[in-house]
Design a protein around this ligand. Structure first.
Ligand code: GN1
Ligand code: CA
Length: 102
């Protein structure tokens, strides 16, 4: 369990990134890997609502937001997958499991 920045640093230290998700198939696969809410490699830290992927792929393809999400404004800037495979914006300072992608 790590904060989002610490999780990201750990992935990078292994030559990987927090996982990004560009296809429904990737979303389904990552969901099979997790047993609690897990950080993904996306954030809107720079500007509220302007989501970016850590791998540099432009936001705007596949998304899997849960109903009502994202709802956190400046308080919830990091992307997390719920057990349902749906996404939430959550405070980056929370400690969660995470998935790296290489
Ligand atoms: C959580 O705890 P609450 O309901 O204020 C979560 C949000 C979700 C929300 C709805 C800090 O907020 O990211 O959008 O549930 N925030 C925290 O599921 O856990
Ligand atoms: Ca939220």
């Amino acid at each position: 369990m790590k904060t989002w920045p610490a999780a990201k640093t750990h992935c990078v230290s292994m030559g990987s990134l927090l996982t990004t998700i560009h296809l429904r198939e990737e979303n389904d696969f990552v969901r099979t890997l997790i047993s609690s809410n897990a950080w993904l490699g996306g954030n809107d830290i720079i500007s509220d609502g302007a989501w970016v992927w850590d791998d540099g792929v432009e936001w705007g393809g596949f998304t899997s937001w849960d109903s009502g999400e994202p709802n956190g404004g400046d308080h919830e800037q990091c992307l997390i997958m719920r057990l349902t495979g749906k996404w939430n914006d959550d405070p980056c300072s929370k400690e969660n499991v995470y998935v790296c992608k290489k």
